[in-house]
Design a protein around this ligand. Structure first.
Ligand code: XMP
Length: 328
């Protein structure tokens, strides 16, 4: 949506190309959002990341009390995330609802092992859950934090981004509502500028990107509550040990295969974690970070020491391309 308001570069009256101005972007977006939405009610699917929170705050600024933010607790979030998101939204004076859909999401993943099949299952459950909430809230529009990289990669067929529908020929109206995507023409660095200009707290405007389908992309093979809790713990350890690196994304991935190891003096066949730490500007390309070995060793000791089922910890040195940032 809001096409024409969210240009990366703008042409001034003398035909000069100007750098992106967050203030001007916001000004134009507010006018356009008000024009599109009018007096209708709106919900915003907010995960707490910079994209969806900036989109939520922008639309809230435009339509005020006609917006309700919805955080779907799909059981796939990082430790403490549901509480963090709800607190952030309430601090911003935005009416916010937490929808507990953990069981339904885990049900939808049962028996699914293929990456694209899992993404599509997530997307379908995500939209159906939002559809239910929209019917309850009697809304007409749903706000999403889709950004330009999401659209580009989905259209190119690199992956089925969970929040990109129209671009791949799915009519969102089959889910019962219209979609508003005020940031869809921006890349990540400009989204951060908009977030800062909107006055979002630093923990949000500078927040490390985290994918919509969350930890489900970081459990290879079938997603189960047990596997999610293992990868959640490993993720916390990686994040704690890499806080100072200032890298683009730092996380853990749980493998579907097992390996032999030794725990408490006994041979065991246990789980494998890969640690991924990448530098990137906009997620379109990325470089595996040359992390000091002492940090990697500490992560490995903690992951294998604190999580009983893990016997191996690997480090991924693949750039994007040929890899992608996530494993699935
Ligand atoms: P890849 O793995 O394609 O990821 O190199 C590029 C960036 O996008 C994030 N990502 C997603 N974000 N929904 C999202 O909201 C998704 O389905 C999705 N898949 C990947 C990823 O974390 C990285 O920042």
């Amino acid at each position: 949506m809001v096409s024409g308001t969210s240009r990366l570069l703008e042409i001034d009256a003398y035909g000069e190309v100007e750098m992106f101005s967050a203030a001007r972007f916001i000004q134009n977006a507010l006018i356009e959002i008000r024009k599109i939405v009018g007096e209708s009610r709106v919900i915003s699917a907010c995960s707490g990341g910079v994209d969806s929170t900036a989109a939520t705050v922008l639309v809230h600024k435009a339509v005020g009390g006609n917006l309700v933010a919805v955080f779907i607790d799909d059981g796939l979030r990082r430790e403490g995330e549901p509480e963090f998101v709800m607190k952030t939204l309430r601090n911003l004076d935005i009416r916010a609802r937490l929808v507990d859909a953990k069981e339904e999401f885990f049900d939808t993943f049962k028996g699914k092992t293929d990456a694209e099949e899992k993404r599509k299952a997530f997307r379908d459950k995500f939209y159906r859950t939002l559809g239910k909430v929209s019917a309850e809230e009697k809304i007409e529009f749903i706000v999403q934090g889709t950004i330009r990289a999401d659209v580009i990669e989905t259209v190119k067929g690199i992956k089925s981004q969970h929040n990109v529908l129209e671009q791949i020929g799915i009519n969102p109206e089959i889910y019962g509502y219209r979609i508003l995507e005020p940031l869809r023409e921006l890349f990540k660095p400009d989204v951060r500028k908009v977030a800062r200009e909107l006055g979002l707290p630093k923990e949000v405007s500078e927040r490390m990107p985290f994918p919509g389908p969350a930890l489900s992309l970081r459990v290879l093979g079938e997603v189960t509550p047990d596997k999610i809790s293992i990868v959640r713990e490993a993720t916390r350890i990686v994040e704690e040990e890499t806080k100072e690196l200032g890298t683009f994304q730092n996380f853990a991935v749980l493998h579907n295969d097992k390996a032999t190891g030794i725990k408490k003096g006994r041979r065991v066949y246990g789980n494998i974690i890969t640690v991924r730490i990448v530098e990137s500007e906009d997620a379109v390309t990325a470089k595996a970070k040359q992390v000091p070995y002492s940090i990697l060793m500490r992560i490995c000791e903690r992951i294998t020491g604190e999580i009983p089922s893990i016997v191996r910890c690997l480090y991924d040195i693949t750039d994007k391309p040929p890899g992608t940032i996530e494993f699935e």
